[in-house]
Design a protein around this ligand. Structure first.
Ligand SMILES: Cc1cc2nc3c(=O)[nH]c(=O)nc-3n(C[C@H](O)[C@H](O)[C@H](O)COP(=O)(O)OP(=O)(O)OC[C@H]3O[C@@H](n4cnc5c(N)ncnc54)[C@H](O)[C@@H]3O)c2cc1C
Length: 309
């Protein structure tokens, strides 16, 4: 197990921690990325029971630029990904509607849709390459204790054989339930949205026209994100926990019918492809992003609603 002193210890190897470790190493810092490698492709995808990862992230052009500066975008763009040139947002209870078009902004696209497993794969391939060439250290352990350090280095206690690690800066990228944030004594405010997000992949009768569709329903918004195939979308439907449970339990045809109706049949009749899942949604904001030698990033700092911010 790695021991030693680093300029920065980034805790958490998710998308935010992995990118942060690469950025700090590129800035010339001696960096340790502490945390397990995130799991590979979801079981259904690996087993061929699903064509797409259920977790598809919409990335803005700002995220694309960050990934490009870190040398990750080319690898992501070389694989399967979708793009959206327009967004259509409308309300079920009123005539209110808004549209955004890339052409009006002079941009080639408004953003991209990328399967999360693809991002993690490209990121970790790169992290492992950097570790092999000695640019950063990968420490596949979980942080269990923290001595904040004061004027000296912070000390991290890792699981397994009492290993420790010292760093001038500790970056907490260990997600919404951040252990490092808790150990640093940083409070959070927020709570559940009383909503769950149902995610699924559906085939659509009409092409998605490179458009991200979002309709605000009384119980929460439904979003249809265009995939690389013009007749496939990834949906995120935020709704009450009871309705989310009902949507998960429906027969596939009934579920697809409910999505078609919720989307006002803008893409014609929909057909479910593969499994469904639901995520509990919460809003959460740390009282401080920096405390002594600890800095919070990503979900450790701020968790927001995936659709409405
Ligand atoms: C339904 C849904 C849809 C979403 N859609 C989008 C979208 O379209 N676009 C978008 O940008 N975002 C989206 N998000 C949000 C996005 O998924 C998160 O903001 C992002 O994954 C957070 O990344 P992270 O690296 O901060 O945390 P995480 O991905 O949670 O990673 C935290 C890492 O820390 C590790 N870890 C935890 N504890 C320890 C410890 N003690 N020691 C060491 N390591 C530890 C974990 O193993 C994990 O690898 C969505 C979220 C949801 C729920």
């Amino acid at each position: 197990m790695a021991r030693g002193a680093f300029d920065a210890a980034v805790v958490g190897g998710g998308p935010v921690g992995g990118c942060c470790a690469l950025a700090l190493a590129a800035a010339g810092m001696r960096v340790a990325l502490v945390g397990p490698r995130p799991a590979g492709p979801p079981a259904a995808l690996a087993a061929g029971e699903a064509d797409y990862d259920l977790r598809v992230l919409a990335l803005t052009r700002a995220s694309e630029r960050i990934l490009a500066r870190l040398g990750l975008w080319a690898g992501i763009a070389a694989g399967r990904h979708g793009r959206f040139r327009a967004m259509r947002v409308w309300d079920a209870a009123s005539p209110a509607a808004v549209r955004f078009d890339a052409d009006e902004l002079g941009e080639p696209v408004l953003g991209w849709t990328v399967e999360q497993s693809r991002i993690v794969e490209v990121l970790w391939r790169r992290l492992e390459g950097e570790a092999e060439s000695g640019t950063l250290a990968l420490v596949p352990a979980r942080v269990e204790s923290l001595e904040p350090g004061g004027a000296g280095d912070a000390h991290l206690g890792l699981d397994g054989a009492g290993a420790t690690l010292r760093a001038r800066l500790v970056v907490a990228a260990d997600g919404a339930d951040s252990r490092v944030r808790e150990l640093a004594g940083i409070a959070v405010r927020g709570g559940p949205y009383e909503q769950r997000a149902v995610v699924a992949t559906l085939a659509c009768e009409r092409p998605h026209r490179l458009t991200a569709w979002q309709r605000f329903l009384p119980d929460g918004p439904i979003a249809l994100l265009p995939l690389d195939d013009f007749h496939r979308v990834s949906i995120v439907w935020s709704t009450t926990p009871a309705h989310a449970d009902a949507l998960l339990e429906m027969e596939p045809e009934a579920f697809a019918g409910a999505v078609t109706e919720a989307a006002e049949a803008r893409l014609g009749a929909m057909t479910l492809e593969g499994p469904r899942a639901a995520y509990a949604l919460r809003h959460q904001h740390a009282a401080a992003y920096v405390e002594g030698r600890v800095a919070l990033v990503g979900d450790a700092a701020h968790v927001i609603h995936p659709l409405a911010g």
